[in-house]
Write a protein that binds this ligand. Structure first.
Ligand code: FAD
Ligand code: NAP
Length: 335
């Protein structure tokens, strides 16, 4: 087993933080998982695309870079095709594959960075679609027990940017495969945000999964910083859901507060709007900054350390709390 020692993780996390891994292994075959666990002494970490982590310290023990790849059609009927996909497959490559095969359900999730295995972790979502809508089951290897389990969609306990893998099973499993059920007959979701407007601007009249993905790609490319150029991990915080009463209180002082219906009669307020109202859009603190086009995204302005980004995030969190009595929850996993 070719384990590298004291390796910089700078190119393996999209924030571009220069922390190091004590030992690093690029995994291409899941048959090696038991041996890797034994070699790790129980101190084991997984990185897919590194697009949802903030490294605030060097990583002790063994870090696995997940490079397992495969997409297999395992079942088909008149309505659906089932794909079993290895967890190290690149998410956007899967979206492109589905489009090529004329399969629908994940086109709104185009261009989300990272791997297939991390998608169920936080139930990735964008433009009105969540990955839970197309996941049939998730298979995971349990560290230290030398066995795998397959969890049904219900057993994954998906929620808004949440799942059992971020809760009870956090750090306890390696997701090996995800089984997707994709539609042969598309059901288009264009009601969200700027999709319709974008389709119009692109002169697209005939809807297709490709047209929607192209619109999403165009919107995302114009709004979000490209991690290759500016280090970031997408939305740093989740959009908070608040009570109708609190929303009404905020609305009394800020009549333009955006709000969307959420679960259990609650109201979702975009965290980016709250941060912007605190005057923090484009704000810099040392090498860390709040993105000037989308305040929900924190960026590495150059050689920021993870601690600097974390410090800025605490400042943002405190500012929003002081102004709106809302405590933002981090979406990014802090290591
Ligand atoms: P990593 O960052 O490598 O890992 C994230 C967590 O999952 C870590 O705790 C890691 O240990 C764990 N993990 C990873 N793989 C496995 C595995 N196989 N088994 C067990 N644990 C594992 N997210 C959205 O939901 N919607 C968006 O629209 C979106 N847009 C983004 C845009 C940009 C520019 C960026 C940088 C990020 C965005 N994200 C978005 C966040 C991120 O892309 C997703 O959360 C993605 O699923 C993370 O995948 P990853 O492979 O990079 O995970
Ligand atoms: P946006 O369109 O400017 O909207 C801001 C927020 O308002 C979104 O985050 C979204 O919440 C909510 N929203 C907007 N229209 C809505 C509707 N019709 N119904 C319900 N909620 C609505 O957002 P954006 O920053 O450009 O992002 C667009 C999409 O990509 C969003 O879904 C966002 O979550 C996703 N995205 C996620 C990340 C990440 O790292 N997690 C990064 C970039 C973009 P929701 O987030 O709940 O959808």
């Amino acid at each position: 087993m070719d384990m590298r020692q004291n390796v910089s993780l700078k190119s393996y996390n999209t924030f571009g933080i220069n922390a190091s891994a004590e030992r690093l292994y690029e995994l291409t075959d899941i048959a090696e998982l038991p041996q890797l666990y034994s070699a790790s002494g129980g101190n084991i970490h997984v990185i897919g695309g590194g697009s949802n982590i903030l490294l605030t310290t060097d990583v002790k023990g063994l870090t696995i870079l997940n490079r397992t790849r495969s997409i297999e059609v395992v079942k088909e009927d008149d309505e659906y095709t089932w794909l079993e996909v290895s967890s190290g497959e690149i998410w956007h490559s899967l979206v492109l594959y589905a489009i090529e095969q004329g399969l629908a359900g994940i086109e709104n999730l185009a261009l989300i960075p990272g791997t297939v295995g991390a998608a169920p972790m936080q139930n990735i979502g964008a433009y009105g679609v969540e990955v839970k809508d197309v996941i049939e089951s998730v298979t995971a290897y349990i560290w230290g027990e030398d066995r795998s389990i397959t969890l049904s969609n219900a057993e994954c306990r998906f929620g808004y940017r949440d799942s059992i893998f971020k809760q009870e099973l956090k750090g306890r499993v390696f997701i090996t495969h995800v089984l997707f059920r994709l539609n042969k007959q598309p059901v288009y979701h264009t009601e969200y945000g700027a999709i319709r407007q974008q389709l119009k601007e692109m002169g697209i009249e005939q809807l297709s999964v490709k047209a929607i993905a192209d619109a999403v790609i165009a919107i995302r490319s114009s709004k979000l910083p490209d991690p290759v150029k500016v280090g970031n991990a997408g939305s740093f915080f989740k959009n908070p859901t608040v009570s109708v009463e609190l929303h009404e209180q905020i609305n009394a002082s800020y009549p333009d507060v955006p709000a969307y219906p959420a679960q259990q009669g609650m109201v979702k307020i975009p965290a980016g709007w709250l941060i912007e109202q605190c005057g923090l859009k484009g704000y810099n603190m040392g090498n860390a900054g709040v993105h000037d086009k989308q305040a929900l995204v924190l960026v590495n302005k150059g050689n920021a350390t993870g601690k600097e980004i974390l410090e800025l995030s605490e400042f943002v969190l405190q500012s929003v709390k002081n102004k709106f009595a809302i405590t933002l929850e981090k979406e990014v996993q802090v290591w």
